[in-house]
Design a protein around this ligand. Structure first.
Ligand code: ATP
Length: 366
């Protein structure tokens, strides 16, 4: 059994957090435990409640119900500056009339630290973020990447326990994003401060996060390591939301030992039973990742179907085949890009997969 996290060592805990705007429920019973020094990504489609959750943690929204603990201390009704957090927004929210040095020192001045200490720390932080040459400049004269460094320096100077980031690289050019992501990940590791990073971009979430929290319709659908979520999606929503899954819908037609037989429009497939045993005849869905399918299944594999290759996309590291399903949907098959191609457009293939590569979902499919 996995060890329960030691509560005093949690950087953040949310207990059954709820937030309504009028009759609209934006956050619906969100519970979360974040150990020390984690890079956490809140991932989900637009409007699923990520930003509202983050704003509740920051103290910018008051939850209707539930508790927020930071570093083991209950802060649900505390003001933002009493929470040992800092925030960084997509537009960086820099003060337009303040010099870079002044805004970087702002947090320490608010905490009424002695002038000499503020000056020393500002000099250190400007140097660490390589923005010393801009110390006297106003934000308007800085590039996007420079503004971002200033915003980060301003957030990090108080050495908060949590840094809350809302789509922090959304405003940067694509060419800059990868470099900034590498820098931010290194900064998080170096400082040991937990980052809570809101994004709707799964590449960002899976490449940065130690822990990814997938939200949909105000609730957490699944949380875990990137590998957990990519390889073992537990709900039809997560399977459909993350890239690379083939989702099958049908009904439970039988159960043998530790396997369910799922009847779909494409045939009957065996899927391992992991959790609760489903009712015979109930609606069910499962997924198989595109790289788990094979164009020449072994004789012993039960799961197979004959389809025609519609398109081949080549991404360098991966070759992706799109095969037409009779129900109008498609099947994705991925192959390592350096290998000779499996199939050509128009070619028919028998695709198959090992039973253990199917993932039966919890809850009925939509
Ligand atoms: N102050 C508010 N008043 C009314 N409704 C709000 C308010 N703030 C957020 N909402 C609604 O709550 C829902 C969740 O919003 P939230 O900003 O948390 O979503 P999100 O997942 O961060 O989305 P996005 O990625 O688009 O920012 C949305 O439907 C939004 O319209």
């Amino acid at each position: 059994m996995p060890e329960a996290p030691v509560l005093a060592q949690l950087d953040l805990e949310l207990r059954n957090l709820r937030k309504r705007f009028g009759s609209f429920v934006a956050v619906d019973g969100v519970s979360l435990q974040i150990a020390k020094g984690q890079f956490v990504c809140l991932l989900g489609p637009s409007g699923c409640g990520k930003t509202t959750t983050l704003r509740c943690i920051a103290g910018l929204e008051e939850p209707d119900d539930g508790d927020i603990l930071i570093g083991g201390r209950e802060v649900t009704r505390d003001a933002p500056w009493q929470r040992d957090i800092a925030m960084m927004f997509q537009d960086f929210a820099l003060f337009p009339h303040m010099s870079v040095a002044k805004q970087v020192g702002f947090g320490l001045e608010m905490l009424k630290r002695p002038k000499a200490e503020v000056a020393r720390r500002v000099a250190e932080v400007l140097k660490a973020f390589e923005i010393t040459p801009f110390a006297d400049r106003k934000p308007a004269s800085l590039s996007g990447g420079q503004k971002q460094r200033v915003a980060l320096a301003r957030a990090m100077i108080t050495e908060p326990r949590l840094l809350l980031l809302d789509e922090p690289i959304g405003a940067l050019d694509y060419s800059l994003r990868e470099t900034v992501m590498i820098e931010l990940k290194a900064l998080q590791r170096r400082t040991g401060i937990s980052f809570i990073w809101v994004t709707h971009d799964q590449n960002e979430a899976f490449s940065l996060g130690d822990h990814v929290v997938v939200m949909n319709h105000a609730k957490i659908e699944q949380q875990g390591s990137p590998e957990d979520i990519l390889q073992r999606p537990r709900t039809p929503f997560v399977a459909g939301f993350v890239q690379g899954n083939n989702v099958f819908r049908g009904t439970i037609a039988g159960m043998v030992r530790d396997q369910a037989l799922v009847r779909t429009a494409l045939g009957e497939f065996e899927v391992p039973l992991l959790g609760a045993v489903p009712t015979l005849g109930s609606a069910a869905s499962f997924s198989v990742r595109a790289e788990r399918l094979r164009p020449t299944p072994e004789a012993a594999w039960h799961n197979r179907m004959t389809l025609t290759c519609q398109t081949v996309e080549y991404f360098g590291s991966v070759r992706r085949y799109i095969l037409a399903r009779p129900d109008g949907e498609v099947i994705k098959l991925d192959q390592f890009g350096a290998e000779p191609a499996y199939l050509r457009v128009g070619e028919e293939a028998v695709l198959g997969w090992r039973t253990e590569d199917g993932m039966l979902h919890e809850g009925a499919p939509a």
